[in-house]
Design a binder for this molecule. Structure first.
Ligand SMILES: [Zn+2]
Length: 277
């Protein structure tokens, strides 16, 4: 009896959830931001996956098939440096990532983000988006102005969802059906409005679970300080999973700095920004 209790096999974790990685910036330059993952390290991470027979699959296929060793790569915010660093990596590892773009900041610097005050970073412009789309990158919306959608009035929320979808569709000439909630923040109202706007898949910043629905799909964040082993633990739920999850969750909470910053900006300044967008 005792032996049975001691040796009772731990239930195998259910790994059949869509495995979608989230990156943000990808530049070789030194960055104060935890969200920068250099192209060199990205290259080594993809080689690490390839050596372990982990396949990189397009986003929609990854969500539908929930394969145990299939992985999708996504980038939030649509930074301009992706136009330079992504294509050679796509060619080398034969994969099709998804980039979630903030349509109100296409071709502009990231003044919506608190790291802007340390070092401004440009976003992809229209031409770069078109070229990447023609090379196999899928594009999704990350809202029009990177607002916390749960705090938007019904009219602003609708505009964030509808305008960003249309703006992107006008650039790439195909339907946009994926959404990444800014700051990963959503509630039932945001989710329903996103569905009404025509999105079929929407992503959060929570870790994925098997029971996730298509309009609130979790993802696995990758930060600059993550080793390849840490990323592996987060995806496949190894013994260090809980610790790695805690580290990621804490880092994500720091993004709240941007929400607070936007709140303390004067009404006049916000009005000026709105007018220029
Ligand atoms: Zn974002």
């Amino acid at each position: 009896m005792l032996a049975k209790l001691v040796y009772k096999k731990r239930p195998r974790p259910l790994l059949f959830y869509p495995k979608v990685l989230t990156f943000h910036k990808m530049t070789p330059e030194f960055s104060f931001s935890s969200t920068n993952y250099s192209p060199r390290r990205f290259d080594r991470l993809l080689a690490f996956f390839s050596e372990r027979s982990i396949k990189l699959t397009p986003l929609e296929k990854t969500v539908t098939e929930k394969g145990e060793r299939a992985l999708a790569v996504t980038f939030d915010d649509g930074y301009g440096h992706l136009a330079h660093y992504l294509p050679p990596l796509m060619e080398r590892f034969d994969f099709r990532p998804t980039i979630f773009v903030i349509t109100g900041f296409i071709g502009r610097a990231n003044s919506w983000d608190y790291t802007y005050f340390i070092r401004p970073t440009p976003h992809l412009d229209r031409k770069q988006i078109r070229v990447l789309a023609d090379n196999g990158v899928t594009f999704g919306s990350h809202g029009h102005r990177h607002r916390d959608m749960t705090a938007c009035s019904p009219a602003v929320l609708k505009a964030e969802l509808v305008d960003s979808k249309k703006a992107l569709e006008d650039i790439i000439g195909r339907e946009v059906t994926a959404l990444s909630y800014p700051f990963g923040r959503f509630n039932r109202r945001v989710l329903e409005e996103a569905r009404t706007a025509g999105y079929r898949l929407a992503f959060t910043m929570d870790f994925p679970e098997t029971a996730d629905e298509n309009m609130s799909l979790g993802r696995i964040p990758v930060y600059g300080f993550d080793s390849r082993l840490a990323v592996f633990q987060k995806i496949f739920r190894g013994p260090l999973y809980e610790m790695e999850k805690l580290k990621s969750t804490f880092t994500h909470r720091l993004a709240a700095g941007t929400i607070i910053l936007n709140k303390i900006r004067s009404r006049r300044k916000l009005a000026e920004t709105d007018k220029s967008l």
